[in-house]
Ligand binder design. Structure first.
Ligand SMILES: [Zn+2]
Ligand SMILES: [Zn+2]
Length: 127
């Protein structure tokens, strides 16, 4: 079974960002503020969806508004644990540690221009 785009080859902690290098050769850099705001736990999902119950099958999909999560500039992971072989759990220095980040989600949320959804700031690619 090949799943190279969702399998990490290298995980590295940098001063301001977390790096995942994937088996397909792509490298993703996640600024800690961004990662913290993307926290996939239910508590943060509810904040991003302005209080909507994210446990309902009919709840809004997607990440919601990540800017609704307040993060200080010096946010850092104190600890990062592997959860099985499919996810990472970050313990942040703001005391939050309930977010489990599946590699699949991390790959989907890679903030690099190559992976970003084609909408804003596409001027340069005009024909
Ligand atoms: Zn959370
Ligand atoms: Zn990317």
């Amino acid at each position: 079974m090949r799943n190279d785009t969702k399998s990490p080859k290298l995980l590295k902690k940098h001063p301001k960002a977390f790096q995942v290098e994937w088996k397909d050769g792509h490298s993703s850099w996640y600024p800690y503020t961004y990662l913290r705001q993307m926290c996939p736990c239910a508590e943060c999902a509810i904040i991003r969806h302005k209080g909507s119950d994210v446990h309902s099958l009919f709840s809004p999909q997607g990440d919601g508004d990540i800017t609704l999560i307040e993060v200080s500039d010096d946010i850092q992971p104190l600890d990062i644990q592997l959860v099985g072989r499919y996810a990472l759990q970050f313990s942040w220095n703001d005391g939050h540690d309930t977010g489990i980040y599946p590699f699949e989600v991390l790959r989907e949320t890679c903030p690099c221009p190559e992976c970003a959804p084609p909408n804003v700031e596409q001027e340069e690619r005009a024909p």
